[in-house]
Design a protein around this ligand. Structure first.
Ligand SMILES: [Zn+2]
Length: 379
Protein backbone atom coordinates (compact mmCIF):
# COMPACT_ATOMS: atom_id res chain seq x y z
CA UNK A 1 0.00 0.00 0.00
CA UNK A 2 1.20 3.50 -0.79
CA UNK A 3 1.12 6.15 1.96
CA UNK A 4 -1.07 8.32 -0.30
CA UNK A 5 -4.63 7.52 0.61
CA UNK A 6 -3.76 6.36 4.09
CA UNK A 7 -6.12 7.62 6.78
CA UNK A 8 -4.58 8.96 9.98
CA UNK A 9 -7.26 8.75 12.62
CA UNK A 10 -7.23 11.41 15.28
CA UNK A 11 -10.27 10.12 17.09
CA UNK A 12 -13.34 7.91 16.80
CA UNK A 13 -16.72 7.94 18.50
CA UNK A 14 -18.58 4.71 17.90
CA UNK A 15 -18.03 4.09 14.18
CA UNK A 16 -17.64 7.84 13.41
CA UNK A 17 -14.13 8.92 12.44
CA UNK A 18 -12.13 12.17 12.55
CA UNK A 19 -8.64 12.53 11.15
CA UNK A 20 -6.75 13.17 7.94
CA UNK A 21 -6.33 11.65 4.49
CA UNK A 22 -2.71 11.80 3.30
CA UNK A 23 -2.25 12.63 -0.35
CA UNK A 24 0.82 12.78 -2.57
CA UNK A 25 1.11 16.54 -1.92
CA UNK A 26 -0.45 17.14 1.46
CA UNK A 27 -3.47 16.09 3.40
CA UNK A 28 -7.10 17.02 4.01
CA UNK A 29 -9.21 16.75 7.14
CA UNK A 30 -12.02 14.20 7.45
CA UNK A 31 -14.95 14.19 7.58
CA UNK A 32 -14.83 16.28 4.42
CA UNK A 33 -17.54 17.78 2.19
CA UNK A 34 -16.50 18.37 -1.44
CA UNK A 35 -18.40 20.98 -3.49
CA UNK A 36 -19.03 20.06 -7.13
CA UNK A 37 -17.15 21.96 -9.83
CA UNK A 38 -18.50 20.07 -12.83
CA UNK A 39 -16.76 22.02 -15.58
CA UNK A 40 -13.76 23.16 -13.61
CA UNK A 41 -15.50 25.79 -11.47
CA UNK A 42 -17.97 25.63 -8.60
CA UNK A 43 -20.86 27.56 -10.17
CA UNK A 44 -20.70 31.33 -9.59
CA UNK A 45 -17.62 30.98 -7.35
CA UNK A 46 -13.89 31.60 -7.79
CA UNK A 47 -10.89 29.78 -6.37
CA UNK A 48 -10.45 32.67 -3.92
CA UNK A 49 -14.00 32.04 -2.69
CA UNK A 50 -13.15 28.36 -2.15
CA UNK A 51 -10.05 29.33 -0.15
CA UNK A 52 -12.05 31.73 2.01
CA UNK A 53 -14.62 28.97 2.63
CA UNK A 54 -11.86 26.57 3.66
CA UNK A 55 -12.76 24.11 0.88
CA UNK A 56 -10.15 21.34 0.79
CA UNK A 57 -11.31 19.16 -2.12
CA UNK A 58 -13.43 19.92 -5.21
CA UNK A 59 -15.11 17.26 -7.32
CA UNK A 60 -14.70 17.82 -11.07
CA UNK A 61 -16.68 15.87 -13.69
CA UNK A 62 -14.62 13.89 -16.17
CA UNK A 63 -17.61 13.62 -18.53
CA UNK A 64 -17.87 17.40 -18.99
CA UNK A 65 -14.13 18.09 -19.07
CA UNK A 66 -13.27 15.28 -21.51
CA UNK A 67 -15.78 16.73 -23.99
CA UNK A 68 -14.95 20.38 -23.33
CA UNK A 69 -12.21 21.54 -23.40
CA UNK A 70 -10.90 17.93 -23.67
CA UNK A 71 -8.68 16.14 -21.13
CA UNK A 72 -5.59 16.79 -23.28
CA UNK A 73 -6.18 20.55 -23.25
CA UNK A 74 -6.47 20.49 -19.46
CA UNK A 75 -3.24 18.46 -19.35
CA UNK A 76 -1.45 20.95 -21.61
CA UNK A 77 -2.53 23.76 -19.30
CA UNK A 78 -1.05 22.05 -16.26
CA UNK A 79 -3.76 19.63 -15.17
CA UNK A 80 -6.73 20.74 -13.11
CA UNK A 81 -4.56 22.73 -10.70
CA UNK A 82 -2.73 24.65 -13.39
CA UNK A 83 -5.85 24.98 -15.54
CA UNK A 84 -8.06 26.39 -12.76
CA UNK A 85 -5.35 28.13 -10.76
CA UNK A 86 -6.80 26.65 -7.56
CA UNK A 87 -4.28 24.97 -5.28
CA UNK A 88 -6.58 22.64 -3.33
CA UNK A 89 -7.17 18.97 -4.00
CA UNK A 90 -9.28 17.68 -6.90
CA UNK A 91 -11.23 14.45 -7.06
CA UNK A 92 -12.53 13.44 -10.49
CA UNK A 93 -15.41 11.06 -11.06
CA UNK A 94 -15.13 8.52 -13.88
CA UNK A 95 -17.77 10.11 -16.08
CA UNK A 96 -19.92 6.98 -15.88
CA UNK A 97 -22.70 8.47 -13.80
CA UNK A 98 -23.39 11.30 -16.27
CA UNK A 99 -23.02 9.06 -19.34
CA UNK A 100 -25.37 6.39 -17.96
CA UNK A 101 -28.03 8.94 -17.10
CA UNK A 102 -28.19 9.82 -20.84
CA UNK A 103 -29.20 7.54 -23.71
CA UNK A 104 -26.20 5.20 -24.08
CA UNK A 105 -25.19 1.71 -25.15
CA UNK A 106 -23.66 -0.41 -22.41
CA UNK A 107 -21.50 -3.50 -23.09
CA UNK A 108 -18.83 -5.52 -21.29
CA UNK A 109 -16.20 -3.38 -23.02
CA UNK A 110 -17.59 -0.06 -21.77
CA UNK A 111 -20.25 2.46 -22.64
CA UNK A 112 -20.90 4.38 -25.87
CA UNK A 113 -22.79 7.64 -25.82
CA UNK A 114 -23.47 10.77 -27.80
CA UNK A 115 -21.81 13.98 -26.68
CA UNK A 116 -24.34 16.45 -25.29
CA UNK A 117 -22.26 19.19 -26.94
CA UNK A 118 -22.01 18.13 -30.60
CA UNK A 119 -23.85 14.78 -30.89
CA UNK A 120 -20.65 12.89 -31.77
CA UNK A 121 -20.31 9.24 -30.63
CA UNK A 122 -17.91 8.81 -27.74
CA UNK A 123 -16.77 5.78 -25.80
CA UNK A 124 -15.85 5.39 -22.17
CA UNK A 125 -14.06 2.24 -20.93
CA UNK A 126 -12.53 1.47 -17.53
CA UNK A 127 -9.08 2.04 -19.06
CA UNK A 128 -10.14 5.18 -20.94
CA UNK A 129 -11.72 6.70 -17.84
CA UNK A 130 -8.39 6.33 -16.00
CA UNK A 131 -6.46 7.76 -18.93
CA UNK A 132 -8.74 10.81 -19.05
CA UNK A 133 -8.44 11.34 -15.29
CA UNK A 134 -4.66 10.93 -15.56
CA UNK A 135 -4.60 13.75 -18.12
CA UNK A 136 -6.88 15.87 -15.91
CA UNK A 137 -4.30 15.32 -13.16
CA UNK A 138 -6.70 14.97 -10.23
CA UNK A 139 -5.41 13.89 -6.83
CA UNK A 140 -8.08 11.19 -6.60
CA UNK A 141 -9.45 9.23 -9.57
CA UNK A 142 -12.53 7.00 -9.50
CA UNK A 143 -12.95 3.71 -11.38
CA UNK A 144 -15.67 3.44 -14.02
CA UNK A 145 -18.67 1.65 -12.50
CA UNK A 146 -22.12 0.64 -13.71
CA UNK A 147 -24.84 2.91 -12.33
CA UNK A 148 -28.45 1.76 -12.44
CA UNK A 149 -31.60 3.53 -11.38
CA UNK A 150 -33.38 2.30 -8.24
CA UNK A 151 -35.69 0.61 -7.57
CA UNK A 152 -34.39 -2.25 -9.73
CA UNK A 153 -34.90 -6.04 -9.55
CA UNK A 154 -32.22 -7.88 -7.60
CA UNK A 155 -30.98 -9.63 -10.78
CA UNK A 156 -30.35 -6.27 -12.46
CA UNK A 157 -28.56 -4.93 -9.35
CA UNK A 158 -26.39 -8.08 -9.24
CA UNK A 159 -25.56 -7.92 -12.97
CA UNK A 160 -24.49 -4.26 -12.64
CA UNK A 161 -22.56 -5.01 -9.44
CA UNK A 162 -20.67 -7.93 -10.97
CA UNK A 163 -19.75 -5.95 -14.08
CA UNK A 164 -18.59 -3.14 -11.77
CA UNK A 165 -16.23 -5.66 -10.09
CA UNK A 166 -14.89 -6.87 -13.44
CA UNK A 167 -14.29 -3.24 -14.48
CA UNK A 168 -12.58 -2.58 -11.14
CA UNK A 169 -10.17 -5.46 -11.86
CA UNK A 170 -9.47 -4.06 -15.33
CA UNK A 171 -8.79 -0.66 -13.73
CA UNK A 172 -6.27 -2.15 -11.31
CA UNK A 173 -4.55 -4.01 -14.19
CA UNK A 174 -4.48 -0.86 -16.32
CA UNK A 175 -2.89 1.05 -13.47
CA UNK A 176 -0.29 -1.67 -12.87
CA UNK A 177 0.53 -1.77 -16.59
CA UNK A 178 1.42 1.92 -16.39
CA UNK A 179 3.55 1.38 -13.31
CA UNK A 180 1.31 2.92 -10.67
CA UNK A 181 -1.03 5.89 -10.74
CA UNK A 182 -1.76 7.73 -13.96
CA UNK A 183 -0.31 10.99 -12.77
CA UNK A 184 2.37 11.24 -10.09
CA UNK A 185 0.77 10.15 -6.84
CA UNK A 186 -2.77 9.98 -8.18
CA UNK A 187 -4.90 7.82 -5.90
CA UNK A 188 -7.48 5.40 -7.27
CA UNK A 189 -10.76 4.62 -5.50
CA UNK A 190 -12.90 1.55 -6.17
CA UNK A 191 -16.70 1.88 -6.02
CA UNK A 192 -19.07 -0.39 -4.10
CA UNK A 193 -22.40 -0.87 -5.87
CA UNK A 194 -25.24 -3.25 -4.93
CA UNK A 195 -28.38 -1.13 -4.76
CA UNK A 196 -30.38 -1.59 -1.58
CA UNK A 197 -29.35 -5.27 -1.20
CA UNK A 198 -27.22 -5.38 1.97
CA UNK A 199 -25.75 -8.84 1.23
CA UNK A 200 -24.62 -7.73 -2.25
CA UNK A 201 -23.15 -4.51 -0.85
CA UNK A 202 -21.13 -6.54 1.67
CA UNK A 203 -19.98 -9.09 -0.91
CA UNK A 204 -18.83 -6.44 -3.40
CA UNK A 205 -17.08 -4.42 -0.68
CA UNK A 206 -15.12 -7.53 0.41
CA UNK A 207 -14.02 -8.20 -3.16
CA UNK A 208 -13.03 -4.58 -3.82
CA UNK A 209 -11.14 -4.41 -0.52
CA UNK A 210 -9.05 -7.38 -1.68
CA UNK A 211 -8.03 -5.49 -4.86
CA UNK A 212 -5.93 -2.96 -2.92
CA UNK A 213 -7.53 0.39 -3.82
CA UNK A 214 -6.36 3.62 -2.17
CA UNK A 215 -9.91 4.35 -1.03
CA UNK A 216 -13.51 3.39 -1.66
CA UNK A 217 -16.58 5.12 -3.01
CA UNK A 218 -20.06 3.90 -2.13
CA UNK A 219 -22.21 4.67 -5.16
CA UNK A 220 -25.85 4.46 -6.20
CA UNK A 221 -27.45 5.49 -2.89
CA UNK A 222 -29.85 8.30 -1.92
CA UNK A 223 -31.48 8.06 -5.33
CA UNK A 224 -35.04 8.02 -4.06
CA UNK A 225 -35.07 4.95 -1.79
CA UNK A 226 -36.25 5.25 1.85
CA UNK A 227 -33.59 6.60 4.26
CA UNK A 228 -33.65 3.35 6.29
CA UNK A 229 -32.79 1.39 3.12
CA UNK A 230 -29.93 3.80 2.33
CA UNK A 231 -28.49 3.38 5.81
CA UNK A 232 -28.78 -0.44 5.80
CA UNK A 233 -27.07 -0.72 2.43
CA UNK A 234 -24.41 1.79 3.50
CA UNK A 235 -23.64 -0.02 6.77
CA UNK A 236 -23.31 -3.31 4.87
CA UNK A 237 -20.92 -1.74 2.35
CA UNK A 238 -18.73 -0.16 5.04
CA UNK A 239 -18.30 -3.36 7.08
CA UNK A 240 -15.59 -5.07 5.01
CA UNK A 241 -13.66 -1.89 4.02
CA UNK A 242 -10.20 -1.43 5.58
CA UNK A 243 -10.12 1.13 8.42
CA UNK A 244 -6.92 2.68 7.07
CA UNK A 245 -8.49 3.83 3.79
CA UNK A 246 -10.96 6.67 3.13
CA UNK A 247 -14.66 5.95 2.51
CA UNK A 248 -16.59 8.29 0.24
CA UNK A 249 -20.40 8.34 0.00
CA UNK A 250 -21.02 9.62 -3.52
CA UNK A 251 -23.60 12.29 -4.29
CA UNK A 252 -24.98 12.71 -0.77
CA UNK A 253 -25.12 16.09 0.93
CA UNK A 254 -28.43 16.54 2.72
CA UNK A 255 -27.68 17.34 6.36
CA UNK A 256 -29.58 14.39 7.87
CA UNK A 257 -28.05 11.69 5.68
CA UNK A 258 -24.60 13.27 5.83
CA UNK A 259 -24.49 13.18 9.63
CA UNK A 260 -25.99 9.67 9.81
CA UNK A 261 -23.36 8.47 7.32
CA UNK A 262 -20.56 10.04 9.36
CA UNK A 263 -22.00 8.08 12.29
CA UNK A 264 -21.58 4.86 10.28
CA UNK A 265 -17.94 5.67 9.42
CA UNK A 266 -18.04 7.65 6.14
CA UNK A 267 -15.24 10.19 5.63
CA UNK A 268 -16.03 12.05 2.39
CA UNK A 269 -19.10 13.44 0.61
CA UNK A 270 -19.94 15.41 -2.51
CA UNK A 271 -23.22 16.93 -3.58
CA UNK A 272 -24.57 19.67 -5.85
CA UNK A 273 -27.22 20.41 -3.22
CA UNK A 274 -25.72 23.47 -1.45
CA UNK A 275 -24.85 25.29 -4.67
CA UNK A 276 -27.94 24.20 -6.63
CA UNK A 277 -30.27 25.19 -3.78
CA UNK A 278 -28.34 28.44 -3.37
CA UNK A 279 -28.74 29.43 -7.02
CA UNK A 280 -32.46 28.77 -6.75
CA UNK A 281 -32.93 30.79 -3.58
CA UNK A 282 -33.04 28.14 -0.86
CA UNK A 283 -30.75 28.55 2.14
CA UNK A 284 -29.66 25.76 4.51
CA UNK A 285 -30.08 27.07 8.05
CA UNK A 286 -30.05 25.83 11.63
CA UNK A 287 -33.87 25.96 11.50
CA UNK A 288 -34.12 23.98 8.23
CA UNK A 289 -34.52 25.16 4.63
CA UNK A 290 -35.37 28.82 4.07
CA UNK A 291 -36.92 29.94 0.76
CA UNK A 292 -35.51 33.44 0.62
CA UNK A 293 -37.60 34.50 -2.39
CA UNK A 294 -40.77 34.31 -0.29
CA UNK A 295 -42.72 37.57 -0.05
CA UNK A 296 -42.67 37.42 3.75
CA UNK A 297 -38.93 38.20 3.74
CA UNK A 298 -39.34 41.44 1.72
CA UNK A 299 -38.61 43.69 4.69
CA UNK A 300 -36.81 41.18 6.92
CA UNK A 301 -33.59 42.64 8.35
CA UNK A 302 -32.35 39.28 9.71
CA UNK A 303 -29.48 37.37 8.07
CA UNK A 304 -30.24 34.02 6.35
CA UNK A 305 -29.32 32.21 9.58
CA UNK A 306 -28.70 34.24 12.76
CA UNK A 307 -26.59 31.31 14.08
CA UNK A 308 -24.31 31.22 11.00
CA UNK A 309 -20.91 32.87 11.22
CA UNK A 310 -20.34 33.22 7.45
CA UNK A 311 -19.52 36.47 5.67
CA UNK A 312 -22.89 36.55 3.89
CA UNK A 313 -24.78 36.31 7.18
CA UNK A 314 -22.42 38.94 8.60
CA UNK A 315 -23.33 41.48 5.89
CA UNK A 316 -26.64 40.87 4.15
CA UNK A 317 -30.29 40.79 5.17
CA UNK A 318 -32.97 38.40 3.93
CA UNK A 319 -34.77 41.44 2.54
CA UNK A 320 -31.79 42.43 0.39
CA UNK A 321 -31.17 38.88 -0.85
CA UNK A 322 -34.86 38.45 -1.63
CA UNK A 323 -34.74 41.70 -3.61
CA UNK A 324 -31.70 40.49 -5.62
CA UNK A 325 -33.57 37.29 -6.57
CA UNK A 326 -36.67 39.30 -7.34
CA UNK A 327 -34.86 41.48 -9.90
CA UNK A 328 -32.76 38.62 -11.31
CA UNK A 329 -29.33 39.73 -10.08
CA UNK A 330 -26.85 36.79 -10.38
CA UNK A 331 -25.23 38.04 -7.16
CA UNK A 332 -28.26 36.62 -5.33
CA UNK A 333 -27.46 33.01 -6.27
CA UNK A 334 -23.79 33.58 -5.62
CA UNK A 335 -24.33 34.89 -2.08
CA UNK A 336 -26.72 32.10 -1.07
CA UNK A 337 -24.32 29.52 -2.60
CA UNK A 338 -21.53 30.98 -0.47
CA UNK A 339 -23.69 30.81 2.65
CA UNK A 340 -24.85 27.24 1.92
CA UNK A 341 -21.30 25.98 1.43
CA UNK A 342 -20.16 27.77 4.59
CA UNK A 343 -23.12 26.38 6.51
CA UNK A 344 -22.52 22.80 5.33
CA UNK A 345 -18.74 23.05 5.97
CA UNK A 346 -19.52 24.28 9.44
CA UNK A 347 -21.87 21.32 10.02
CA UNK A 348 -19.12 18.92 8.93
CA UNK A 349 -16.64 20.80 11.14
CA UNK A 350 -19.02 20.46 14.09
CA UNK A 351 -19.32 16.73 13.38
CA UNK A 352 -15.52 16.48 13.40
CA UNK A 353 -15.28 18.28 16.73
CA UNK A 354 -18.09 16.17 18.17
CA UNK A 355 -16.27 12.96 17.20
CA UNK A 356 -13.08 14.24 18.84
CA UNK A 357 -14.99 15.27 21.98
CA UNK A 358 -16.91 11.97 22.19
CA UNK A 359 -20.34 13.61 21.83
CA UNK A 360 -21.21 12.70 18.25
CA UNK A 361 -24.53 11.05 19.15
CA UNK A 362 -25.78 14.28 20.70
CA UNK A 363 -24.99 16.24 17.52
CA UNK A 364 -26.65 13.55 15.37
CA UNK A 365 -29.82 13.86 17.47
CA UNK A 366 -29.82 17.66 17.13
CA UNK A 367 -29.44 17.44 13.34
CA UNK A 368 -32.15 14.77 13.05
CA UNK A 369 -34.57 16.95 15.05
CA UNK A 370 -34.42 19.56 12.26
CA UNK A 371 -33.51 17.55 9.16
CA UNK A 372 -35.07 14.08 9.47
CA UNK A 373 -36.99 13.63 6.19
CA UNK A 374 -40.73 13.81 6.80
CA UNK A 375 -42.59 10.92 5.26
CA UNK A 376 -44.81 12.24 2.49
CA UNK A 377 -48.52 11.38 2.85
CA UNK A 378 -48.29 9.15 -0.24
CA UNK A 379 -45.40 7.04 1.14
ZN1 LIG B 1 -24.30 32.20 6.57
Amino acid sequence: LSSAGAVELEGTDGAARAGWVNTARGRFAIPCFMPVGSRGAVRLLSGEDLDRLGVQVVLANTYHLMLRPGAKVVELLGGLRGFTGWEGHFLTDSGGYQVMSLPCSLSEEGVEFRSAYDGSWQRLTPEGALEAQGALGSDIAMVLDVCIALPAPREAVAAAGERTLRWARRSVLAREARGGGEGPGQMLFGIVQGGTEPDLRELYAEQLAAMGFDGFGIGGLSVGEAPAETLNALAAALGPLPAGRPRYLMGVGDPYMLVRAIGLGVDMFDCVLPTRLGRHGTALTSAGKLAVKAARFASDAMPLDPECGCAVCGHYSRGYLRHLFNVGEPTAGRLVSLHNLAWLSSLVGRAREAVLAGRFEKLAEEVAATWLPRRSPAA
